[in-house]
Design a protein around this ligand. Structure first.
Ligand code: NAP
Length: 329
């Protein structure tokens, strides 16, 4: 079997370290792995498959010979360095928001639209974490009932802000003053994720709107989102209010969701069985439950899903993309 040369950019970060874990678990044919981070991490050693790998700084020639480059070092680094890796012939999977809405770049959730990847543009964008876990159930329901409109409300874990978010929650839990979020995240939910836009939505909310349309190939789909940070370390929750063209039934919704790759339906309210953050933590499934008819419109369903934002919302989705590309060769 052919072996491939891999690079991880942002290897010392939360998503970067999860890349290493997921790459080990998915057992891809790896010939070599190079780890990159900022200058300050140069020389640090990180364990992979029982061997220490030294962290390197980025350089104009550092991607020579690489087959895959997984980026999770923020949009500024991706903007500058992803084209360098692409030019060297590597397929880039980028976790930042930098390339997602670029028309030439594919935005992929592998269970839904891996065929959007085309060799002409070797940069692939990994969608926003809340979008990934939401479009999986939406895709299944859209195929069955034909989606007209969706309203998202998210409950997003602090790990979505990287290590800084986790550290601020832990700091506040110890009674110390908040340094990263504008309020004490241990005591309140914060209805602001990413920067404010002129239309009074946040950038995170507009990411969900635009990325949902692109992944589902529905440029005119009616979508709105409200994104809320909550005092949970890992796993985002999303309430989805969906309206369809066709008549809906809860039973049929459960069937189509259960048969979608990557989803587990957990839905038995009377026995307290529904998606909770702890169920999703450290695995790659999106858990869907609380499925019921929307009493406020004709063909509507309301559901709730949770997913590990660092795994399926970032590292695992990227590695699954790579796996599908390798398998397709
Ligand atoms: N956390 C999530 O749930 C999540 C989900 C989806 C997407 N993402 C995206 O993934 C990216 C990383 O997020 P994270 O949560 O892993 O953040 P993080 O924990 O803060 O890690 C950031 C990483 O980027 C590296 N880095 C920073 N500046 C660099 C530079 N100039 N050159 C090279 N490397 C540099 C850091 O290296 P040093 O250690 O040397 O500073 C570190 O490895 C972001 O774009 C984020 O939006 C995160």
């Amino acid at each position: 079997m052919k072996q491939y040369h891999f690079a991880i950019v942002g290897a010392t970060g939360l998503v970067g370290r999860t890349f290493l874990k997921v790459l080990e678990e998915y057992d891809l044919p790896i010939a070599s792995l190079h780890l990159f981070a900022s200058e300050k991490s140069k020389g640090k050693k990180i364990l992979f498959q029982g061997k220490e790998i030294e962290v390197e700084a980025l350089s104009p020639t550092c991607f020579q010979g690489m087959d895959f480059a997984l980026f999770s070092a923020g949009a500024t680094v991706s903007k500058e360095w992803a084209p360098v890796a692409e030019k060297e012939g590597a397929i880039v999977v980028d976790n930042s928001s930098c390339w997602r809405m670029d028309e030439s770049v594919s935005l992929i959730v592998p269970e839904i639209n891996i065929e959007d990847y085309h060799e002409k543009r070797k940069i692939i964008a990994n969608p926003n974490c809340s979008t990934i876990q939401s479009v999986l159930p939406l895709k299944a329901l859209d195929e069955e009932f034909h989606l007209k409109r969706v309203v998202y409300t998210t409950y997003q874990a602090v790990s979505g802000s990287g290590m800084k978010g986790i550290e601020d929650l832990r700091r506040c839990q110890k009674g110390e003053k908040n340094q990263f979020y504008p309020y004490d995240i241990s005591q309140t939910c914060i209805p602001e994720i990413d920067v404010a836009m002129d239309n009074l939505y946040t950038k995170e909310e507009m990411k969900m709107v635009n990325e949902t349309r692109k992944i589902l190939h529905r440029p005119n789909l009616k979508v709105a989102a409200t994104c809320i940070r909550v005092p949970v370390e890992v796993a985002h929750g999303v309430v989805m209010q969906c309206e369809f063209e066709n008549e809906v039934s809860v039973e049929r919704a459960r069937e189509v969701l259960s048969s979608m790759e990557g989803i587990k339906v957990v839905d038995d309210l009377k026995n307290h069985i529904y998606p909770v953050s702890t169920l999703a933590k450290d695995n790659d499934f999106v858990y869907v439950g609380r499925i019921r008819k929307d009493l406020s419109c004709e063909n509507g369903l309301i559901l709730y899903c949770v997913g590990d934002n660092v795994r399926k919302g970032a590292a695992a989705n990227a590695v699954q993309i790579v796996k599908k590309i390798i398998e397709g060769r």
